[in-house]
Write a protein that binds this ligand. Structure first.
Ligand code: NAD
Length: 258
């Protein structure tokens, strides 16, 4: 079993991933912003014990290089190694492109693009130093495969994750590192509640109506839970995905067909 780090794990998809990977028998370091420390520690305390020892909770901002360096260093030191990095943390933005300021553009790319870049590269440095290979996994989205109106900047940041995933897979294959990303559709989390509220305000529709309209197009007839996404990440973090790299895999209940 492996030593894993999951960013953005205080709630939502990251929390579900941490839980599933602990259930799989991995030892997990969960991280999130310092402002989320209480919820993060709750997440850590809910993880089932594994034979290799306890799980750890660390705080740090994925958009800050020193912070990410410390997250990777502390994980390796406290768990003994870093074998799987899940760069899950991300933020949403729902705005017409003509209303987005340059600062707002930067804010989204700072977390979703630069944050994933920093997590990928710091994890790779650690894995290369260990000489044992590893698995690096990023949070992309259906928005990494298609540009959606009112989510243009968010989509551009998720296209960046897909590009980084393809390039990193090719650069780090000689070190035994695979790099893949998961692409959820609509997952019932705080992020989607916010997107639904923002779309509702722009389109003058009530709470839940924007989500319901998008959910109506889901082939499997329901929106996703975090656990649905965590099942794919479980596969990407384990040996069954050893012959797979550079992929950004849809887990969207059948929204996009590509
Ligand atoms: P969420 O908002 O519920 O949780 C995100 C977590 O990331 C939060 O705990 C937050 O504090 C943390 N975070 C934000 N900025 C951070 C930073 N700079 N440093 C460290 N942590 C930070 O979101 P979620 O729905 O669980 O989304 C998780 C990932 O999945 C994101 O990358 C998101 O873009 C992606 N995703 C979500 C959906 C969806 O429908 N919810 C769909 C596709 C992709």
């Amino acid at each position: 079993m492996s030593n894993v780090h999951v960013t953005g794990a205080a709630r939502g998809i990251g929390q579900a991933i941490a839980l599933r990977l602990a259930q799989d028998g991995h030892r997990v370091a969960v991280s999130d912003l310092e402002s989320m420390r209480g919820a993060l520690e709750d997440t850590r305390n809910e993880l089932p014990e594994v034979a290799a020892g306890g799980h750890v909770a660390l705080t740090g901002d994925v958009s800050d290089p020193a912070s990410v360096r410390a997250l990777v260093h502390d994980t390796a030191q406290q768990l003994g190694s870093l074998d799987v990095m899940v760069a899950n943390a991300g933020i949403a933005q729902t705005k017409a492109l003509l209303d987005v300021s340059p600062e707002e553009y930067d804010q989204v790319h700072r977390v979703n693009g630069r944050g994933v870049f920093l997590c990928y590269t710091e994890a790779a440095r650690q894995m290369i130093a260990q000489g044992t290979g590893g698995k690096i996994i990023g949070a992309a989205s259906i928005a990494a495969h298609k540009g959606f109106p009112l989510l243009g900047v968010y989509c551009s940041s998720k296209f960046a994750v897909r590009a980084l995933t393809q390039a990193a897979a090719q650069e780090w294959a000689p070190h035994g590192i695979t790099v893949n990303a998961y692409c959820p559709g609509i997952v019932e989390t705080s992020m989607w509640e916010q997107i639904d509220a923002d779309l509702g305000a722009i389109n003058h529709v009530g709470k839940g109506e924007s989500m319901a309209a998008m959910a109506a197009g889901i082939t499997l007839g329901r929106v996703s839970t975090g656990a649905d996404v965590a099942k794919l990440v479980s596969y990407l973090a384990g040996p069954d995905s050893d012959y797979m790299t550079g992929q950004s895999v849809l887990v969207d209940g059948g929204m996009l067909f590509i």
